[in-house]
Design a protein around this ligand. Structure first.
Ligand code: FAD
Length: 314
């Protein structure tokens, strides 16, 4: 394992450590580092970010930060936050063509509670019902591998009533080619990403090269299928390959989209949108930025250095 892999693994371990989280949250982290990736704590901050992106032709999917909810009241609060957010977006006419949708982590709406699958399903239904009424969509984020089966089962149940519900598939998992094949049918919205958690070698490719190759195999399956692929990556090579494979498959510009994270490669986001591609930006908002930001740091050592400097220099 090289130094970069070691740093990545360490940061991912810290992302799940509540003691370190408490320490860092109390430290005087430069607001500007967090703000680059998380526009703010309030739904109004998220809506303002959506409007700014719209002005340059970009669409949005919004994530209310909060994972591993451990009490039912918190699951209810997260669900209510999504419902309020959807209403705010609709009031600003940002939902009718699906320009702004929401991304939901099932763990944030109750999946880890006792009887959690039923709770998360019921809460997800409420969010889907609101999204349908307002003309937009919902995508389920994918979390660590212990939840993949449960998330896909919940997806299948939701899709019986809301066939437009999407899901993220992580190319680093050995199983993902098969999942992509199963999810490449008519109307199926699949967001393909590399995967952001620290996973054991029994279930996941460990080297970046193997992950990238798996990503391309999954892309081929999705782009030659009948669904709506969402190509979520900042990797210039994969964006290029995705563009070429979409062309090869004869895909119209409105039959797939690219996705990137808020604050990451904004010039490339604009370039893709200017070239007529659908470009959707994932916007996280809320107080619970710690786990999200640690995963971003792990992906890019340069960001980790920026973060560490901000911790010690104020
Ligand atoms: P990386 O291997 O991280 O980066 C490849 C190259 O991209 C780099 O070499 C560099 O050239 C460029 N690059 C990357 N970051 C930067 C940067 N900050 N500045 C400049 N260039 C950069 N993961 C999950 O596990 N579950 C999810 O539900 C999920 N949803 C996601 C939704 C979206 C819209 C996106 C974009 C990602 C999501 N992820 C999710 C995270 C994903 O799995 C990866 O961890 C993350 O996107 C980094 O992988 P990458 O494809 O960008 O490639």
């Amino acid at each position: 394992m090289g130094p970069a892999d070691l740093l990545r693994k360490s940061l991912l371990t810290l992302a799940a450590d509540n003691r370190v989280r408490d320490l860092i949250e109390r430290a005087p982290v430069s607001r500007s580092v967090v703000k680059r990736y998380v526009p703010g704590a309030y739904d109004s901050d998220a809506v303002a970010a959506v409007a700014t992106l719209r002005a340059t032709g970009r669409w949005a999917t919004i994530d209310f930060l909060g994972e591993d909810t451990t009490d039912p009241q918190q699951a209810e609060a997260v669900t209510t936050a999504y419902l309020r957010l959807l209403d705010l977006l609709a009031a600003d006419q940002l939902t009718a063509r699906g320009e702004a949708e929401v991304s939901v982590k099932l763990s944030a709406i109750g999946q880890q509670l006792e009887g959690g699958d039923a709770i998360a399903l019921a809460n997800a239904r409420r969010i889907c019902e609101a999204a349908q009424r307002l003309g937009t969509t919902v995508t389920l984020d994918m979390e660590d591998h212990t939840t993949t089966d449960r998330t896909l089962t919940t997806l299948a149940t939701l899709r019986a009533d809301y066939p437009w519900v999407g899901v993220a598939i992580q190319a680093y998992l050995h199983r993902s080619e098969a999942d992509c094949a199963a999810l490449a049918g008519e109307g199926s919205r699949v967001r393909l990403c590399k995967g952001a958690y620290s996973e054991p070698e029994e279930v996941a490719f460990q080297s970046m090269d193997e992950v990238d190759k798996s990503y391309v195999r999954c892309l081929r399956i999705l782009l030659s299928g009948k669904g709506y692929p969402m190509i979520a990556t900042h990797d210039p090579r994969l964006v290029e390959i995705g563009t070429a494979l979409a062309r090869e498959a004869g895909r119209a510009p409105d039959s797939f989209e690219f996705q990137m994270l808020y604050g990451v490669r904004p010039e490339e986001q604009r370039r893709l949108a200017d070239r007529g591609h659908r470009m959707r930006v994932y916007i996280p908002y809320g107080e619970e930025w710690y786990g999200y930001l640690m995963r971003r740091m792990a992906e890019r050592p340069a960001n980790a250095m920026l973060f560490v400097r901000s911790l010690i220099s104020r």
